[in-house]
Design a protein around this ligand. Structure first.
Ligand code: 5GP
Length: 124
């Protein structure tokens, strides 16, 4: 179900449960800022979700509320994950959905990293 890309943050969303360890995930990377894991329904050979550890509903919420250090930490982690997965050789896509018009399903800000194969023309 599509969600609003604005607060309040719902701590019962599925990514909050993954962060708490209440439900499992296939972890790809973790540091002080982010957790990254395989999408449960991958849309490409590489489909990793990169989420901040702190509670933000959407991209705008994140950019408004997170510290400079956290914004930098999340973006640098996303770049490192993409690089470590080798997709910079062949190409990749990073997207985020926010709010009803985008079809955002999970109201915890996340980046989708897609690659590992030719991707359909944007939007995917
Ligand atoms: P959104 O539409 O919010 O941008 O993307 C949410 C993504 O989360 C979807 O690609 C969906 O497949 C993925 N997803 C939903 N529930 C789970 C889950 O329980 N575990 C994992 N790993 N991914 C999930």
């Amino acid at each position: 179900m599509a969600v609003k890309g604005t607060g309040p943050y719902n701590p019962e969303n599925i990514f909050a449960k993954i962060l708490r360890g209440d439900i499992p995930c296939k972890k790809v990377f973790e540091n002080e800022w982010v957790l990254a894991f395989q999408d449960i329904a991958p849309k490409a050979a590489v489909h990793v979700l990169i989420i901040p550890k702190k509670p933000y509903v959407s991209f705008i919420d994140f950019t408004k509320s997170a510290s400079e250090d956290e914004i930098s930490g999340v973006m640098k982690a996303a770049g490192k994950i993409a690089s470590d997965l080798g997709v910079d050789e062949t190409g990749y896509r990073v997207i985020t959905n926010a709010g009803e018009n985008s079809g955002q399903e999970v109201p915890h800000f996340h980046l989708h990293l897609l690659g590992g194969q030719p991707l359909p023309p944007f939007p995917v």
